[in-house]
Design a protein around this ligand. Structure first.
Ligand code: PHE
Length: 344
């Protein structure tokens, strides 16, 4: 029995079929239809056994092999075509337009307390002061005793203290005044320092109070220092910080570590002193406590009060920041609300 292969028809059909292939899956299916285990070539080969004549067998086998090679070539060509298409698609998908401008990133901003602290520092540094630091965890001696506030002293109850030990020896400093003591113990007079930092008091958080807040302490020690020096330095500070028109008022007050002691007001920066809501129609706003260093304080640091005098002050950073930047609620300074920070 003789067998013939219609090569042209097979090739023609495959060429048409192969043209319609668009992806790898279709390609594999078509390829196995022709070249797979149950494919066309296999079944053509299987017919070999039906041919008896050796010469015809040879010829038939040869033409099936030739056909197989032609088919393989067609599939190989299609495979490279598909791979090239895949590569192009991937490239298209991953294409990056490096000429598009980048997305604008927000950069960090200084918290208003830090900004205000630096402004205060700059002003006093400009007047010859240097910056000193002290610990937030204090011994009661530095926070109270050395500041003329012995245990029996009623002023010890003036501020509600966070104690860290039952014997009340360790505490969170209630003011920056202990840095006065630490500085004087370390250095000889004359001196002029400011000391900014965190202080702690048992206060409920509300629009004007916080259990943690910031102060700047000032200490100036020299011979023949008087209240007029204190007033001059505070006036220069207030005018640089709040503006040229501001004036300063000293009102008698009491602190154990100064004598005389004052509450210091500035003329109202909102109404210029005429009287408004903010200054409660007084024309004045309190910004700090101050006074001349008490002789007992000098004694506790071994300065001779007959030779040395000095003034000291303690200012609330939040307080002056709220006034200068017109912030009605202290809590805004700690909330980290991005809308507040961006506008501050
Ligand atoms: N330490 C005082 C306070 O916290 C402020 C002050 C400092 C007063 C220095 C006088 C002198 O209220």
């Amino acid at each position: 029995m003789a067998l013939t292969i219609d090569r042209d028809e097979i090739i023609g059909t495959l060429k048409r079929e192969i043209q319609e292939i668009t992806d790898m899956q279709e390609f594999q299916n078509l390829k196995s239809k022709y070249l797979g285990k149950k494919g066309l070539i296999k079944s053509l080969m299987n017919s070999l056994k039906d041919i008896d004549d050796v010469e015809l067998k040879k010829e038939y086998g040869k033409s099936v092999n030739e056909l197989k090679e032609e088919l393989e070539t067609l599939f190989d060509e299609k495979l490279s075509e598909l791979k090239e298409k895949e590569r192009e698609e991937k490239e298209k998908k991953n294409w990056v337009d490096i000429t598009i401008p980048g997305a604008r990133r927000k950069i960090g901003k200084e918290n208003l307390i830090t900004k205000t602290r630096k402004e205060i520092e700059e002003i006093f540094i400009g007047m010859g002061f240097s910056v000193a630091e002290g610990p937030e965890i204090e011994n009661s001696w530095y926070n109270f005793d050395a500041l003329n506030t012995p245990e029996w002293h009623p002023a010890r109850e003036m501020q509600d203290t966070f104690y860290l030990s039952l014997d009340k020896e360790k505490l969170l400093r209630t003011h920056t005044s202990p840095v006065q003591v630490r500085t004087m113990l370390k250095s000889k007079p004359p001196l002029a320092i400011i000391s900014p930092g965190r202080v702690y008091r048992k206060d409920e958080l509300d629009a004007t109070h916080s259990p943690v807040f910031h102060q700047v302490e000032g200490l100036y020690v020299d011979r023949n220092v008087s209240v007029s020096h204190l007033k001059m330095y505070l006036e220069v500070f207030a005018q640089k910080f709040f503006g040229n028109k501001v004036s300063v008022l000293l009102r008698p007050s009491y602190f154990p570590f100064t004598e005389p002691s004052f509450e210091v007001d500035i003329s109202c920066i909102f109404c210029g002193g005429k009287g408004c809501n903010v200054c409660k129609n007084t024309g004045w706003i309190e910004i700090l406590g101050a006074g001349l260093v008490h002789p007992n304080v000098f004694q506790s640091v071994n300065y001779d009060p007959k030779v040395w005098q000095g003034f000291a002050f303690g200012m609330g950073i939040e307080r002056v920041a709220m006034l200068k930047y017109n912030i009605p609620d202290l809590r805004e300074l700690y909330k980290n609300d991005i809308r507040f920070i961006e506008n501050s």
